[in-house]
Design a protein around this ligand. Structure first.
Ligand SMILES: Cc1cc2nc3c(=O)[nH]c(=O)nc-3n(C[C@H](O)[C@H](O)[C@H](O)COP(=O)(O)OP(=O)(O)OC[C@H]3O[C@@H](n4cnc5c(N)ncnc54)[C@H](O)[C@@H]3O)c2cc1C
Length: 495
């Protein structure tokens, strides 16, 4: 590949998965002459993968964690290079992903240097992006400096952790945690054999239970559904059967029977894998720990065929949703999540096995309830909606995250809420991931990528999807650059 002749001055905001994947693609395709990455935490220090506890595993297999969209085995190769002989299907500790991001950032920075692309890592928080009247943008940082850019990629991940109303009044009180991560600070603050209430019962609640029960604490995971994630042994990329894309095209997203129709597509596909009905691949027990036990047994027997159709079907559903309005997309996702959410966000079978052990030791319990009131008098007192009381030594929110904050005015995009500023409105983000400012007649040269692209890609959540976005965008730029180059050179040659 030739060295860069391109004049793009690229600023990437965020040094997590999307930021590093975009950097790697930008360097490989030589689509910029300078690339800055801005992140106060540095590279690979994103919420998901900066967990240091080896018990906290990826919930997707090694083969979905490469940051190179055309080389799904790059993460596997990295693991081998550091002496970790994992398989493509394995669920490895999440800190390996953080180290992998650091390693690949470093090798692509070296490649950038040899290709004449200047690169800086700027450890600061980007607060807003303002349009420069003469062209381009200023990215304003929290240290009151600014970066100049012709093009900006916003890869800022999720927003703040979501704190339920009943907890909000107690934020920053002792032994009340708005979020599990970073997990080591939670462990440090708990007295031995603490009773911990975890609000939520999805993947972060499972993480909390795994590390707290291991340390001898007891955990009650409480959520309105009281449902734990399903368990699986792998998340293969390749769907072993043809996907019925027509069935997705025919879906009426406004239909009151949407979730039933989705379930029908999924169960047909799961059955097509080896002829086993979906009812033989999942468990329906209403008691969550019993259901977990049955699902762990199914996974151990290799009976969870549904896991091999999930990635392909999620991608097809995402493509189907793209044509609809954001409001319609959100409603449809709610409908899709009801029947299949716990399978989309299932946990590794190893985690299921450990949870069962802790449940048998009476250290782990699940409760289908939410607190009506919470107050502190030495212990944390909870009153449940049915009026019954409980007491805990600590409370942890595992209730998810807000979406990335994005607001636009006529000439700027704000990335964090600023009480002094005129905040503007949520931007339109077109399907090509570009941001539109208020009243503009064309899209900005500002792209959202990864979780920050939620306004145009509502189902974005997994590493492989984000990496694909980054690869597609940089390949598109490369194509445009080559076209421009031809336009400029061909007439001269013809003369
Ligand atoms: C606990 C947990 C576990 C997960 N496990 C998996 C998994 O196993 N597999 C999977 O595919 N997905 C997993 N995910 C989803 C995962 O978050 C994404 O796949 C991926 O990390 C998102 O990439 P991103 O680039 O959008 O955001 P992130 O990787 O979160 O990166 C965002 C970065 O932007 C920086 N940033 C934010 N705001 C600013 C700003 N204003 N200025 C400068 N920098 C800023 C942050 O510091 C951060 O480093 C998990 C998520 C969570 C919460």
């Amino acid at each position: 590949m030739s060295n860069t002749t391109c004049q793009r001055r690229l600023v990437i905001i965020g040094g997590g998965v999307g930021g590093v994947a975009a950097f790697a693609a930008a360097v490989r395709f030589r689509i910029a002459h300078s690339i800055d990455i801005v992140d106060p935490a540095g590279i690979g220090r994103c919420v998901a993968f900066s967990a240091i506890d080896p018990a906290l595993l990826c919930n997707t297999s090694v083969e979905t964690m490469s940051i190179l969209d055309d080389d799904p085995d790059d993460f596997l190769a990295y693991l081998y290079s550091i002496g970790v002989p994992a398989s493509r299907d394995a669920f490895v500790p999440r800190f390996y992903v953080s180290n992998y991001l650091v390693s690949r950032h470093s090798s692509f920075a070296t490649l950038a240097q040899s290709a004449g692309i200047s690169h800086r890592l700027v450890q600061a928080m980007a607060r807003r992006i303002t349009k420069v009247p003469t062209g381009g943008y200023h990215v304003l940082l929290d240290d009151d400096t600014r970066l100049e850019a012709s093009d900006v990629l916003v890869c800022t991940g999720n927003g703040e952790s979501y704190v339920p109303d009943v907890v909000r009044a107690h934020v920053r009180a002792p032994r009340l945690f708005e979020c599990l991560y970073p997990e080591e600070r939670v462990l440090k603050q708990l007295a031995p054999r603490s009773r911990v209430l975890v609000l939520g019962s999805r993947l972060s609640a499972v993480d909390a239970a795994l590390i707290l029960c291991r340390a001898g604490h007891s955990v009650v995971a409480a959520s309105p559904s009281g449902r734990l994630p399903a368990v699986r042994t792998a998340t293969p990329r390749m769907c072993p059967i043809p996907i019925d894309t027509d069935a997705f095209t025919r879906l009426d997203l406004r239909s009151p029977t949407l979730s039933w129709r989705i379930l029908r597509i999924v169960s047909r596909a799961a059955r097509a894998v080896r002829g086993q009905p979906l009812s033989n691949q999942v468990a329906y027990d209403s008691e969550p720990v019993e259901r977990l036990r049955l699902e762990v047994e199914l996974a151990q027997r290799g009976a969870t065929d549904w896991q091999s159709i999930i990635v392909g079907h999620m991608d097809t559903a995402e493509r189907r949703l793209r044509d609809d309005s954001p409001a319609q997309q959100r409603t449809a996702i709610g409908e899709i999540s009801r029947p299949v959410g716990r399978y989309l966000f299932a946990c590794p079978v190893q985690n299921g096995e450990k949870l069962l052990e802790y449940a048998e030791q009476n250290l782990f319990r699940v409760k289908a309830a939410t607190p009506a009131a919470l107050y502190r008098d030495g212990a944390w007192r909870v009153q449940w909606h049915d009026g019954s009381p409980d007491a805990y030594d600590a409370v942890i929110c595992a209730t998810g995250f807000h979406k990335a904050y994005l607001r636009v005015s006529a000439n700027e995009l704000a990335l964090d809420a600023d009480v002094d500023a005129d905040i503007g409105v949520e931007p339109r983000v077109s399907t090509d991931l570009r941001v539109w400012m208020v009243g503009a007649s064309q899209a900005e040269r500002i792209w959202t990528l990864g979780l920050a692209s939620h306004l145009s890609s509502p189902m974005i959540n997994a590493v492989y999807q984000i990496v694909r976005q980054a690869g597609d965008l940089c390949r598109h730029w490369r194509g445009l650059d080559e076209l421009n180059h031809e336009r400029l050179t061909v007439p001269a040659e013809a003369r």
